[in-house]
Design a protein around this ligand. Sequence first.
Ligand SMILES: N[C@@H](CCC(=O)N[C@@H](CS)C(=O)NCC(=O)O)C(=O)O
Length: 370
Amino acid sequence: MAEGCECCCRCRFSIKRISDAIFVLGERLETVKLAGGFEQASGNMGLLIDGQWHDQWYDTEKHGGKFKRDASSFRNWVTADGSAGPSGEGGFKAEPGRYHLYLSLACPWAHRTMIFRRLKGLQNMISVAIVNAYMGDQGWNFAPGRGVVPDIVNDTQYLHQVYTAAKPDYSGRVTVPVLWDRERQTIVNNESSEIIRMFNSAFDQLGARPGDYYPESLRQAIDEINAFVYSNINNGVYKAGFATSQDAYEQAVIALFEALGMLEQRLGEQRYLVGNTLTEADWRLFTTLIRFDSVYVGHFKCNLKRIADYPNLSNYLCDLYQVPGVSETIDLESCKQHYYQSHQTINPTGVVPVGPGLDLGRPHDRDRFD
Ligand SMILES: N[C@@H](CCC(=O)N[C@@H](CS)C(=O)NCC(=O)O)C(=O)O
């Protein structure tokens, strides 16, 4: 596993920033390309209204300064036999080479799907496109840059073009991840919690790697902890970071750290969130924890503690990070660049912090539960 600047000696990337040099990334993503830095942040998010792009930051005014996340719009399921899933319509049969996944390396929701694609060995069955870390005037885009994988399927410049290719009059936010169907030329689904369930089992008959992260007998326990983690932690950091009133921010931060405290206790008694079985609940928590000390502590002001200050959570984070293949899905530098440069209302200078240096490859104590 590469650590810190050792990476510059072993791979084809040159170090252009101090933060590249000191950051521990684990194995570099195969696709990473450094393109001499990013354009200056101009700080917009936006959305489509009747198929037309509008630059517009989240509207927190109507909710007393609170950030409210919109529900995802495309909710069909890929299934083993093409029958309809829990929502949407049928006709999306699992087939190698048929589906294409749009990702951002920075996004914790997209990261879940990248981890499942990797854990289930679906890299040769499901292709990917990876957006630029910087979300500019027209939202997510494929401008050349660190980690970018161009959209070879729809040949788009902007992710919003994928949404309008599926639905020309689409109204709503343009988010990653997106699962695209080459055959029907449409978006199957843009909700990460559902995409990981599809990857977990729909491709099993086609040679996916064994592993069930949502086993029947644990479903109720997984659903319960997922709901708690989503509201207080996964979305909790966003509620804190995107709050535009003191009250909304404080409410979110207090709930977040209460929840982390509860998990710290729970992880003192068992290896994973649901007993000693590694499940999707762990991966859903992982993608927030891995960004926490680098991004959420500073950028989202979630600073009562760092994950490094919790003995159980920090060892648990190392445990998951060291599951084979997982470190290859992580590029913390892209995460920092995305958040600190794209959210100009929060960080107008676009300056990206250099630290912290993390050593997630260090030995951990989680096998004490075996
Ligand atoms: N519910 C979605 C949320 C995805 C999401 O919010 N992605 C963020 C990136 S971290 C995004 O693309 N945001 C763009 C926007 O809101 O305009 C999921 O879990 O798939």
